[in-house]
Design a protein around this ligand. Structure first.
Ligand SMILES: Cc1cc2nc3c(=O)[nH]c(=O)nc-3n(C[C@H](O)[C@H](O)[C@H](O)COP(=O)(O)O)c2cc1C
Length: 171
């Protein structure tokens, strides 16, 4: 059976897409076959042996398309190894309180599917990529990129062992 992994992301300003691509790169470095797709583009999980779902958060909520994706594919995800990650500015400071807050953002997903692994990462704030009134209000804010590529790589590199350790090894 193929061990192809899907990394599905929800991103509005593009930074979580880049985190998803970094996750995929680290998985490929571990010898895995990987597809990276926006959650909205995924039609079927049939080709996959495991799935990583990543999202950012705005106003204390992970993105609605990540929640819709997990709702829609709930039955399949419950039967395969699944990991979730969040990339957001609360994790700029990695401490117990912020981990608890950001773990809370994942509740709409973890209520549906129990993850084999969870990654909580700092994100990137770029007001020029935020639309509407919110973007206009934040216009003068500096771009702040807090993504820790090494932490992301280390987490992702550990996923194959978590996902597939119970599988019988090939002869
Ligand atoms: C309007 C707005 C609201 C945000 N609200 C939160 C929040 O409640 N908690 C948090 O940790 N990060 C928050 N963030 C930070 C984003 O999660 C972070 O910038 C993330 O990396 C954006 O991901 P994206 O580029 O994939 O959309 C907010 C960002 C914006 C622009």
């Amino acid at each position: 059976m193929s061990n192809r992994i899907l990394v599905a992301y929800a991103s509005r300003a593009g930074s979580t897409q880049e985190v998803a691509e970094a996750v995929a790169k680290a998985l490929r470095e571990q010898g895995q076959e990987v597809d990276v797709r926006a959650v909205r583009e995924v039609r079927s999980l049939e080709p996959y042996a495991a799935v990583v779902v990543g999202s950012a958060a705005r106003i204390m909520r992970i993105y609605a398309d990540a929640v819709s994706f997990v709702k829609q594919h709930r039955a399949a995800l419950q039967n395969m190894p699944t990991a979730f990650f969040v990339s957001c500015m609360t994790m700029k400071e990695d401490n117990e309180k912020n981990r608890e807050t950001v773990s809370g953002y994942l509740k709409p997903l973890t209520a549906l599917v129990s993850p084999a692994a969870v990654g909580l990462f700092a994100g990137k704030m770029d007001a020029s990529k935020v639309g509407g009134l919110m973007g206009a209000m934040m216009k003068k804010a500096k771009v702040e990129d807090c993504r820790d590529w090494e932490a992301i790589r280390v987490w992702a590199a550990g996923l194959p062992a978590v996902f597939f350790s119970n599988q019988p090894s090939s002869p």
